[in-house]
Write a protein that binds this ligand. Structure first.
Ligand SMILES: *Cc1c(COP(=O)(O)O)cnc(C)c1O
Length: 360
Protein backbone atom coordinates (compact mmCIF):
# COMPACT_ATOMS: atom_id res chain seq x y z
CA UNK A 1 0.00 0.00 0.00
CA UNK A 2 1.27 3.50 -0.86
CA UNK A 3 -0.15 5.94 1.68
CA UNK A 4 -1.09 9.48 0.73
CA UNK A 5 0.93 10.65 3.73
CA UNK A 6 2.70 8.89 6.59
CA UNK A 7 3.71 11.39 9.26
CA UNK A 8 5.59 8.84 11.33
CA UNK A 9 7.81 7.97 8.38
CA UNK A 10 8.11 11.57 7.18
CA UNK A 11 9.39 12.61 10.64
CA UNK A 12 11.64 9.62 11.26
CA UNK A 13 14.80 11.35 9.94
CA UNK A 14 14.37 13.97 12.71
CA UNK A 15 13.62 11.70 15.71
CA UNK A 16 17.03 11.97 17.39
CA UNK A 17 17.21 15.73 17.07
CA UNK A 18 13.60 16.11 18.24
CA UNK A 19 14.47 14.07 21.32
CA UNK A 20 17.51 16.22 22.05
CA UNK A 21 15.37 19.35 21.64
CA UNK A 22 12.69 17.96 23.97
CA UNK A 23 15.24 17.03 26.64
CA UNK A 24 16.69 20.54 26.45
CA UNK A 25 13.23 22.02 26.93
CA UNK A 26 12.47 19.78 29.94
CA UNK A 27 15.72 20.79 31.57
CA UNK A 28 15.18 24.49 30.89
CA UNK A 29 11.86 24.49 32.79
CA UNK A 30 10.58 27.34 30.56
CA UNK A 31 7.57 26.40 28.43
CA UNK A 32 5.92 29.57 27.07
CA UNK A 33 7.54 32.42 25.05
CA UNK A 34 11.14 31.61 25.86
CA UNK A 35 14.37 31.09 23.98
CA UNK A 36 13.11 28.37 21.65
CA UNK A 37 10.37 30.60 20.21
CA UNK A 38 12.79 33.55 19.95
CA UNK A 39 15.36 31.42 18.19
CA UNK A 40 12.89 29.90 15.73
CA UNK A 41 11.42 33.34 15.00
CA UNK A 42 14.81 34.72 14.07
CA UNK A 43 15.71 31.61 12.03
CA UNK A 44 12.44 31.64 10.10
CA UNK A 45 12.66 35.40 9.45
CA UNK A 46 16.17 34.86 8.05
CA UNK A 47 15.05 31.88 5.96
CA UNK A 48 12.17 33.80 4.48
CA UNK A 49 14.02 37.09 4.03
CA UNK A 50 11.84 39.06 6.45
CA UNK A 51 12.92 41.42 9.23
CA UNK A 52 10.34 40.03 11.64
CA UNK A 53 8.66 36.71 12.39
CA UNK A 54 6.13 36.26 15.20
CA UNK A 55 5.23 32.73 16.29
CA UNK A 56 1.52 32.13 16.90
CA UNK A 57 -0.71 29.18 17.80
CA UNK A 58 -1.77 28.08 14.28
CA UNK A 59 -2.32 29.21 10.71
CA UNK A 60 -5.90 30.38 11.19
CA UNK A 61 -4.80 32.59 14.09
CA UNK A 62 -1.94 33.99 11.97
CA UNK A 63 -4.56 35.18 9.45
CA UNK A 64 -6.92 36.49 12.16
CA UNK A 65 -4.16 38.39 13.97
CA UNK A 66 -3.02 39.99 10.68
CA UNK A 67 -6.55 41.27 10.07
CA UNK A 68 -6.89 42.42 13.70
CA UNK A 69 -3.57 44.26 13.51
CA UNK A 70 -4.84 46.17 10.45
CA UNK A 71 -7.67 47.45 12.66
CA UNK A 72 -10.21 47.69 9.82
CA UNK A 73 -13.67 49.13 10.29
CA UNK A 74 -16.34 46.45 10.82
CA UNK A 75 -17.96 45.46 7.53
CA UNK A 76 -14.90 46.36 5.44
CA UNK A 77 -14.51 44.12 2.43
CA UNK A 78 -11.61 41.72 2.06
CA UNK A 79 -11.05 40.15 -1.37
CA UNK A 80 -10.19 36.45 -1.12
CA UNK A 81 -10.02 33.51 -3.57
CA UNK A 82 -13.11 31.30 -3.92
CA UNK A 83 -10.74 28.37 -4.41
CA UNK A 84 -9.04 27.90 -1.03
CA UNK A 85 -9.17 25.98 2.21
CA UNK A 86 -12.04 27.47 4.22
CA UNK A 87 -9.70 28.78 7.00
CA UNK A 88 -8.77 31.73 4.80
CA UNK A 89 -12.39 32.86 4.60
CA UNK A 90 -13.15 32.01 8.25
CA UNK A 91 -10.45 34.44 9.40
CA UNK A 92 -12.29 37.28 7.65
CA UNK A 93 -15.64 36.28 9.18
CA UNK A 94 -14.12 35.89 12.66
CA UNK A 95 -13.00 39.54 12.47
CA UNK A 96 -16.47 40.84 11.54
CA UNK A 97 -15.31 41.69 8.01
CA UNK A 98 -16.96 40.88 4.68
CA UNK A 99 -15.32 38.27 2.44
CA UNK A 100 -15.62 39.04 -1.27
CA UNK A 101 -14.87 35.85 -3.17
CA UNK A 102 -13.05 36.02 -6.47
CA UNK A 103 -12.52 33.23 -9.00
CA UNK A 104 -9.16 31.56 -9.66
CA UNK A 105 -7.20 31.36 -12.89
CA UNK A 106 -8.03 27.84 -14.10
CA UNK A 107 -4.42 27.39 -15.29
CA UNK A 108 -2.81 27.99 -11.87
CA UNK A 109 -5.75 27.48 -9.43
CA UNK A 110 -4.67 30.71 -7.72
CA UNK A 111 -6.66 33.95 -7.48
CA UNK A 112 -7.03 35.73 -10.83
CA UNK A 113 -5.55 39.25 -10.53
CA UNK A 114 -7.92 40.56 -13.24
CA UNK A 115 -10.91 39.57 -11.11
CA UNK A 116 -9.44 41.29 -8.05
CA UNK A 117 -9.47 44.65 -9.81
CA UNK A 118 -13.09 44.07 -10.88
CA UNK A 119 -14.15 43.31 -7.29
CA UNK A 120 -12.72 46.49 -5.71
CA UNK A 121 -15.34 48.83 -4.19
CA UNK A 122 -14.99 51.87 -1.90
CA UNK A 123 -15.39 49.46 1.05
CA UNK A 124 -12.50 47.21 -0.02
CA UNK A 125 -9.67 47.48 2.49
CA UNK A 126 -7.54 44.39 1.98
CA UNK A 127 -6.72 41.50 -0.34
CA UNK A 128 -5.93 38.09 1.12
CA UNK A 129 -4.20 35.85 -1.42
CA UNK A 130 -3.45 32.13 -1.01
CA UNK A 131 -0.39 30.50 -2.56
CA UNK A 132 -2.35 27.30 -3.06
CA UNK A 133 -0.67 23.88 -3.27
CA UNK A 134 2.74 25.61 -2.89
CA UNK A 135 2.60 27.76 -6.02
CA UNK A 136 3.00 31.51 -5.59
CA UNK A 137 0.27 33.78 -6.94
CA UNK A 138 0.96 36.23 -9.80
CA UNK A 139 2.44 38.82 -7.44
CA UNK A 140 3.39 41.55 -9.98
CA UNK A 141 -0.20 41.82 -11.15
CA UNK A 142 -1.59 41.54 -7.59
CA UNK A 143 0.69 44.17 -6.04
CA UNK A 144 -0.12 46.48 -8.98
CA UNK A 145 -3.81 46.34 -7.92
CA UNK A 146 -3.18 46.62 -4.16
CA UNK A 147 -0.81 49.56 -4.69
CA UNK A 148 -3.19 51.31 -7.08
CA UNK A 149 -6.10 51.12 -4.62
CA UNK A 150 -4.01 51.38 -1.42
CA UNK A 151 -5.19 47.98 -0.15
CA UNK A 152 -3.45 45.94 2.55
CA UNK A 153 -2.07 42.63 1.30
CA UNK A 154 -2.12 39.49 3.42
CA UNK A 155 -0.60 36.29 2.04
CA UNK A 156 -1.90 32.93 3.25
CA UNK A 157 1.38 30.99 3.11
CA UNK A 158 0.07 27.87 4.88
CA UNK A 159 1.01 25.77 1.83
CA UNK A 160 3.95 27.76 0.47
CA UNK A 161 6.97 27.60 2.83
CA UNK A 162 9.97 28.30 0.58
CA UNK A 163 7.94 28.98 -2.58
CA UNK A 164 9.15 31.89 -4.71
CA UNK A 165 7.85 34.28 -7.33
CA UNK A 166 10.61 35.71 -9.54
CA UNK A 167 13.14 34.67 -6.92
CA UNK A 168 11.29 36.29 -4.03
CA UNK A 169 9.78 34.30 -1.14
CA UNK A 170 6.04 34.21 -0.48
CA UNK A 171 5.29 36.09 2.73
CA UNK A 172 7.55 39.02 1.75
CA UNK A 173 5.14 40.84 -0.58
CA UNK A 174 2.56 41.64 2.10
CA UNK A 175 1.99 40.29 5.59
CA UNK A 176 2.77 36.57 5.57
CA UNK A 177 0.60 34.10 7.53
CA UNK A 178 2.08 30.61 7.93
CA UNK A 179 0.77 27.35 9.35
CA UNK A 180 3.01 24.64 10.78
CA UNK A 181 0.25 22.01 10.99
CA UNK A 182 1.95 18.57 10.87
CA UNK A 183 1.20 17.86 7.19
CA UNK A 184 2.49 21.23 5.89
CA UNK A 185 5.89 21.38 4.19
CA UNK A 186 7.33 22.83 7.39
CA UNK A 187 5.19 21.01 9.94
CA UNK A 188 5.63 20.60 13.68
CA UNK A 189 4.23 17.89 15.96
CA UNK A 190 1.03 19.68 16.87
CA UNK A 191 -0.35 23.12 16.02
CA UNK A 192 1.80 26.11 15.17
CA UNK A 193 1.86 29.22 13.00
CA UNK A 194 3.69 32.47 12.33
CA UNK A 195 3.34 35.94 10.87
CA UNK A 196 6.16 37.47 8.81
CA UNK A 197 6.67 41.13 8.00
CA UNK A 198 9.28 43.86 7.53
CA UNK A 199 7.07 46.39 9.30
CA UNK A 200 8.23 46.86 12.92
CA UNK A 201 4.96 48.50 14.00
CA UNK A 202 2.88 45.68 12.56
CA UNK A 203 5.14 43.09 14.22
CA UNK A 204 4.72 44.84 17.56
CA UNK A 205 0.94 44.79 17.17
CA UNK A 206 0.97 41.03 16.39
CA UNK A 207 3.26 40.35 19.38
CA UNK A 208 0.79 42.12 21.66
CA UNK A 209 -2.31 40.52 20.13
CA UNK A 210 -0.93 36.97 20.49
CA UNK A 211 -0.27 37.53 24.19
CA UNK A 212 -3.45 39.03 25.73
CA UNK A 213 -2.82 42.44 24.16
CA UNK A 214 0.07 42.86 26.53
CA UNK A 215 3.66 43.96 26.05
CA UNK A 216 4.52 44.30 29.71
CA UNK A 217 3.28 41.47 31.93
CA UNK A 218 -0.10 42.27 33.56
CA UNK A 219 -0.51 45.53 31.59
CA UNK A 220 -3.01 45.09 28.74
CA UNK A 221 -3.22 47.65 25.97
CA UNK A 222 -5.64 46.03 23.51
CA UNK A 223 -8.22 43.23 23.61
CA UNK A 224 -5.90 40.40 22.68
CA UNK A 225 -5.82 36.64 22.32
CA UNK A 226 -3.92 33.75 23.76
CA UNK A 227 -2.28 32.60 20.53
CA UNK A 228 1.35 31.78 21.22
CA UNK A 229 3.62 29.30 19.49
CA UNK A 230 4.65 26.70 22.11
CA UNK A 231 8.30 26.39 23.09
CA UNK A 232 8.17 22.66 22.41
CA UNK A 233 6.89 23.15 18.84
CA UNK A 234 9.37 25.96 18.19
CA UNK A 235 12.18 23.57 19.17
CA UNK A 236 10.92 20.94 16.73
CA UNK A 237 10.50 23.57 14.02
CA UNK A 238 14.12 24.72 14.38
CA UNK A 239 15.19 21.11 13.85
CA UNK A 240 13.09 20.77 10.72
CA UNK A 241 13.80 24.21 9.25
CA UNK A 242 17.46 23.22 8.81
CA UNK A 243 16.28 20.51 6.42
CA UNK A 244 13.40 22.37 4.71
CA UNK A 245 15.41 22.93 1.51
CA UNK A 246 16.02 19.19 1.38
CA UNK A 247 12.31 18.46 1.91
CA UNK A 248 11.45 20.93 -0.86
CA UNK A 249 14.04 19.46 -3.24
CA UNK A 250 12.65 15.98 -2.60
CA UNK A 251 9.08 17.05 -3.31
CA UNK A 252 10.17 18.93 -6.44
CA UNK A 253 11.98 15.87 -7.77
CA UNK A 254 8.87 13.72 -7.21
CA UNK A 255 6.77 16.40 -8.95
CA UNK A 256 9.18 16.33 -11.92
CA UNK A 257 8.65 12.56 -12.20
CA UNK A 258 4.88 13.02 -12.29
CA UNK A 259 5.21 15.86 -14.79
CA UNK A 260 7.31 13.81 -17.19
CA UNK A 261 5.70 10.44 -16.59
CA UNK A 262 1.93 10.99 -16.41
CA UNK A 263 0.05 10.78 -19.69
CA UNK A 264 -1.70 13.88 -20.94
CA UNK A 265 -5.20 12.61 -20.10
CA UNK A 266 -4.47 14.11 -16.70
CA UNK A 267 -4.35 17.89 -16.42
CA UNK A 268 -1.06 18.54 -14.64
CA UNK A 269 0.05 21.63 -12.71
CA UNK A 270 1.42 24.37 -14.92
CA UNK A 271 5.18 24.95 -14.83
CA UNK A 272 6.68 28.38 -15.43
CA UNK A 273 10.21 29.75 -15.01
CA UNK A 274 9.02 32.67 -12.82
CA UNK A 275 7.58 30.30 -10.22
CA UNK A 276 9.54 28.14 -7.78
CA UNK A 277 6.84 25.68 -6.65
CA UNK A 278 7.20 23.69 -3.42
CA UNK A 279 4.37 21.19 -4.08
CA UNK A 280 2.67 21.08 -0.71
CA UNK A 281 0.18 19.25 -2.92
CA UNK A 282 0.69 17.71 -6.36
CA UNK A 283 -2.74 17.66 -7.97
CA UNK A 284 -4.01 16.54 -11.33
CA UNK A 285 -7.47 17.07 -12.73
CA UNK A 286 -9.60 14.49 -14.49
CA UNK A 287 -13.34 14.46 -15.38
CA UNK A 288 -13.69 10.98 -13.82
CA UNK A 289 -11.92 11.95 -10.61
CA UNK A 290 -13.98 9.77 -8.23
CA UNK A 291 -13.62 6.72 -10.47
CA UNK A 292 -9.88 7.33 -10.73
CA UNK A 293 -9.55 7.64 -6.95
CA UNK A 294 -11.40 4.35 -6.48
CA UNK A 295 -9.27 2.63 -9.15
CA UNK A 296 -6.05 3.81 -7.48
CA UNK A 297 -7.25 2.61 -4.07
CA UNK A 298 -8.01 -0.85 -5.54
CA UNK A 299 -4.44 -0.82 -6.81
CA UNK A 300 -3.03 0.02 -3.36
CA UNK A 301 -2.58 3.77 -3.81
CA UNK A 302 -4.17 6.24 -1.43
CA UNK A 303 -4.95 9.76 -2.69
CA UNK A 304 -6.78 12.79 -1.30
CA UNK A 305 -9.09 15.49 -2.62
CA UNK A 306 -8.16 19.08 -1.77
CA UNK A 307 -10.94 19.90 -1.45
CA UNK A 308 -14.22 18.03 -2.03
CA UNK A 309 -16.58 20.96 -1.27
CA UNK A 310 -15.80 24.57 -2.21
CA UNK A 311 -16.09 27.09 0.67
CA UNK A 312 -19.16 28.82 -0.77
CA UNK A 313 -21.02 25.45 -0.75
CA UNK A 314 -20.17 24.65 2.89
CA UNK A 315 -23.00 24.53 5.42
CA UNK A 316 -20.99 26.91 7.63
CA UNK A 317 -21.31 29.55 4.92
CA UNK A 318 -25.06 29.20 4.42
CA UNK A 319 -25.77 32.31 6.52
CA UNK A 320 -23.08 34.39 4.80
CA UNK A 321 -24.16 36.63 1.95
CA UNK A 322 -21.81 36.04 -0.96
CA UNK A 323 -22.10 37.89 -4.25
CA UNK A 324 -21.54 36.03 -7.49
CA UNK A 325 -21.17 32.50 -8.76
CA UNK A 326 -18.03 30.44 -8.76
CA UNK A 327 -18.10 27.92 -11.61
CA UNK A 328 -14.29 27.69 -11.98
CA UNK A 329 -13.88 26.93 -8.31
CA UNK A 330 -16.61 24.29 -8.56
CA UNK A 331 -14.97 22.75 -11.63
CA UNK A 332 -11.64 22.46 -9.76
CA UNK A 333 -13.26 20.98 -6.65
CA UNK A 334 -15.11 18.41 -8.80
CA UNK A 335 -12.08 17.24 -10.80
CA UNK A 336 -8.98 17.62 -8.62
CA UNK A 337 -7.04 14.71 -7.12
CA UNK A 338 -3.93 14.97 -4.93
CA UNK A 339 -1.21 12.34 -5.47
CA UNK A 340 1.34 11.03 -2.93
CA UNK A 341 4.25 13.51 -2.69
CA UNK A 342 5.48 13.38 0.89
CA UNK A 343 9.06 13.50 2.21
CA UNK A 344 8.39 9.84 3.08
CA UNK A 345 7.80 8.74 -0.52
CA UNK A 346 10.55 7.28 -2.69
CA UNK A 347 11.03 7.82 -6.41
CA UNK A 348 10.21 4.18 -7.04
CA UNK A 349 6.85 4.58 -5.24
CA UNK A 350 6.02 7.57 -7.41
CA UNK A 351 7.05 5.62 -10.54
CA UNK A 352 4.61 2.92 -9.41
CA UNK A 353 1.82 5.50 -9.03
CA UNK A 354 2.57 6.83 -12.53
CA UNK A 355 2.55 3.35 -14.03
CA UNK A 356 -0.82 2.50 -12.45
CA UNK A 357 -2.31 5.91 -13.38
CA UNK A 358 -1.28 5.60 -17.01
CA UNK A 359 -3.26 2.34 -17.24
CA UNK A 360 -6.48 4.15 -16.19
C1 LIG B 1 -3.72 24.61 6.68
C2 LIG B 1 -4.24 25.87 6.12
C3 LIG B 1 -4.69 26.92 6.94
C4 LIG B 1 -4.90 26.78 8.43
O1 LIG B 1 -3.80 26.40 9.16
P1 LIG B 1 -4.01 25.79 10.63
O2 LIG B 1 -2.63 25.79 11.20
O3 LIG B 1 -4.59 24.43 10.46
O4 LIG B 1 -4.93 26.70 11.37
C5 LIG B 1 -5.07 28.11 6.36
N1 LIG B 1 -5.02 28.27 5.02
C6 LIG B 1 -4.62 27.27 4.19
C7 LIG B 1 -4.59 27.53 2.73
C8 LIG B 1 -4.23 26.05 4.71
O5 LIG B 1 -3.85 25.07 3.88
Amino acid sequence: MIDYENLRKANEPFFEEYQRSFTGLLESGWFILGNAVKQFESEFAAFNGNKECIGVANGLDALILCLRALDLEKGSEVIVPSNTYIATILSILQCGLTPVLVEPDIATYNIDPRSIEAAVTPRTKAVMVVHLYGKACDMDAITAVTNKHALALIEDCAQSHGAKYKGRMTGTFGYGAFSFYPTKNLGCLGDGGAVTTDDAGFAKAIRMLRNYGSEKKYYNEVVGYNSRLDEIQAGFLSVKLKRLDEITAHKRSLAALYHQGLKDDFIKPQQHADYFDVFHIYNIRHPKRDELKEYLLKNGIRTEVHYPVPPHRQKAMSGVLLKGEFPLSEEIHATTLSLPISFCHSESEVRQVIEVMNRF
